[in-house]
Design a protein around this ligand. Structure first.
Ligand SMILES: Nc1nc2c(ncn2[C@@H]2O[C@H](COP(=O)(O)OP(=O)(O)OP(=O)(O)O)[C@@H](O)[C@H]2O)c(=O)[nH]1
Ligand SMILES: [Mg+2]
Length: 297
């Protein structure tokens, strides 16, 4: 297989034994990596090139992450760096949760790390087989409560073992990748910004009202949108969030975190002492002062 350089790299991550390796084997249609009912089966990140419907992907199988205190661990101590590197190295992370175990804070922490690195995210709740309606409803409610901060990500209920519920997984990954890499033009961003301001102007900060003039894209994966203007130092976090949601909606950025930053317009006089006057300027200023004194007493 010859791979062009620009194709999604997808890290499959989650707690130990949730079914990451099984998912990879099912996507590939062959037993390429070892899956086994024992936490810590995968010890090292494994990169696998893969083509589906003429599209290329690199899948990364990773060692399961757990959390002890404030740090992440894997069953095998040295593996943790490899898993965290794989997340950073990827464009999209697929977070696998285990429906047969409680969705816990530890899952939320892994998600938090993915968000901090800015990677696009797809969530798959695995082992959805063999659960009754009541159990499924309970899990769905739990997820809505515990993972509300991940509402930008697509969620799938799957059985990696039986291959069910997986039809839309790759399309979601494609969508998250496209959103993470989106090219957003300055005129379109600025139009969206101005419409957002007209609907809800930013609140005053003390004596001054922030003025937002235009927006441009400062980066991708995650998309970074930089809003330019004056008096932007005191724009509250809630307003930043409002702009973020507006841009997400207008540009249909499903599946990727998004960052909005403010940049105060360059003021050429800021922080500079006035240059000393030349002799001629000093004479002129002196003359002006004298004339003014005569005129106005
Ligand atoms: N019932 C059920 N079992 C599953 C499913 N997916 C995986 N398993 C089982 O869960 C166990 C762990 O699967 P793995 O794929 O090795 O899990 P992993 O996340 O790669 O685990 P580590 O590499 O140890 O972190 C195996 O016994 C799998 O057969 C599923 O969809 N349903
Ligand atoms: Mg594994």
């Amino acid at each position: 297989m010859v791979f062009e350089s620009k194709h999604p790299k997808i890290a499959i991550v989650g707690r130990p034994n949730v079914g990451k390796s099984t998912l990879i084997n099912t996507l590939l249609g062959e037993e390429r990596v070892i899956a086994f009912d024992q936490p810590g089966t995968t010890r090292d990140s494994i990169y696998i090139d893969f083509a589906h419907k003429d599209k290329h992907y690199t899948l990364i199988d990773t060692a399961g992450l757990r959390r002890r205190g404030h740090v992440f661990e894997t069953i095998e101590k040295f593996s943790v760096i490899k898993t965290l590197q794989a997340i950073e190295d990827a464009n999209v992370a697929v977070l696998i949760l285990d429906a047969k175990n409680e969705i816990s804070d530890r899952d939320a922490h892994i998600a938090g790390f993915i968000l901090e690195t800015g990677r696009a995210l797809v969530i798959a709740v695995n082992k959805w087989d063999g659960l009754d309606e009541y159990q499924r409803d309970t899990i769905k409610r739990e997820l809505a409560r515990k993972l509300a901060f991940l509402s930008f990500a697509q969620l799938h209920y799957i059985s990696a073992l039986h291959g069910s519920g997986m039809k839309n997984l790759l399309p979601s990954i494609d969508q998250a990748y496209a959103a993470a890499m989106a090219d957003l033009s300055t005129p379109k961003l600025t139009r969206a910004l101005i419409a957002a301001i007209e609907k809800h102007p930013p609140p005053r900060g003390g004596m001054s009202r922030p003025k937002m003039r235009y927006a441009h894209q400062g980066g991708s994966n995650p998309p970074l949108i930089i809003v330019h203007g004056t008096m932007l130092n005191h724009v509250p976090e809630t307003y930043r969030r409002y702009l973020e949601n507006t841009f997400r909606e207008v540009f249909k950025l499903k599946g990727t975190p998004l960052r909005v930053d403010f940049k105060v317009g360059h003021n050429p006089y800021a922080g500079k002492k006035p240059a000393p006057l030349t002799e001629a300027e000093a004479r002129q200023a002196h003359g002006r002062r004298r004339r003014n004194r005569k005129k106005y007493g």
